[in-house]
Ligand binder design. Structure first.
Ligand code: HEC
Length: 243
């Protein structure tokens, strides 16, 4: 079976799937750009500082530099938090006077058990030392990693297997198909292992950025090539010679 020999309705259905994937990849790239930059609109190139913050620092500092940055009134507050965590995140005077002061002023209107504000999150309260110290572990905690990793792996694996299966019925040379299929799987695994390894060395934050980008581009290329093969005659130069 070949993609270009399919009947019209199979082509139509598959095209809908492929176009949705391409749109999904664009929105994923947009979201990554927004989460890892100081901007709240448009397309942005992720800033490495913020990627490092998320994967190599505590959830508290990471959030203050990324998703919760908009609520931080002065940048120096982030330094106060970093200093406290580096010194062991203890329940000392520094915590009571400096850390709690920032939390009360910037965060508690949402992060409180009693908050009723729209956009509030009473399920992640910062009312006491015990509430806050949970978020001082560097990088992903075991629970956070296990939670995000399995959802991500199951979800993306389904996406990759569908896309690569469609690609396998295209007219392109075997070498190109093998390269794209292997790259899609390998970059997924390297990207995700780096989420965890960045806890131990910030260098892995670069792996996250590089292999995450390769993954998105590879899936985009696969979807695009399949769409072309479904509807157009691919030039002989780009076709598998054995056909
Ligand atoms: C306007 C409401 C609001 C304010 C103000 C706010 N947050 Fe959040 N915060 C949220 C919501 C909603 C979530 C859960 C969804 C998410 O992660 O975006 C959250 C999630 C978090 C998380 C968990 C994210 C993770 O990576 O596990 C942390 C840590 C956090 N906030 C820290 C802070 C800090 C520190 C401040 C103060 C500088 C703050 N937040 C201010 C609404 C708020």
């Amino acid at each position: 079976m070949r993609l270009n020999t399919l009947n019209f309705h199979s082509k139509l259905g598959l095209s809908g799937f492929l176009i949705s994937i391409i749109l999904g990849l664009f929105s994923a790239a947009t979201l990554i750009g927004l989460l890892y930059s100081s901007s709240d609109r448009g397309f942005n190139i992720p800033e490495m500082d913020k990627v490092k913050a998320k994967y190599s620092e505590s959830a508290l500092v990471g959030a203050m530099k990324t998703t919760m940055y908009q609520y931080v009134t002065v940048d120096d507050d982030i330094k106060v938090m970093e200093k406290w965590i580096q010194a062991g995140a203890l329940e000392n005077d520094y915590f009571k006077d400096e850390v709690m002061y920032i939390i009360e002023a910037d965060c508690q209107k949402c992060h409180s058990r009693s908050s009723t504000m729209t956009g509030a999150i009473p399920s992640i309260p910062f009312n006491s030392y015990a509430d806050i110290s949970v978020f001082t572990e560097k990088g992903y905690s075991w629970t956070a990693m296990a939670k995000t990793a399995h959802i991500h792996l199951f979800g993306i694996a389904l996406l990759v297997v569908s896309l690569t299966f469609i690609l396998s019925f295209s007219c392109y040379p075997g070498g190109i198909k093998s390269l794209l299929i292997s790259t899609a799987w390998l970059s997924l695994w390297i990207d995700m292992s780096s989420w965890w390894l960045a806890k131990f060395s910030t260098y892995f934050a670069y792996f996250i950025a590089i292999f995450g980008t390769i993954e998105i581009i590879t899936l985009g290329i696969i979807a695009f090539l399949c769409l072309i093969d479904l509807w157009f005659k691919v030039p002989d130069k780009l076709r598998d010679k054995k056909e």
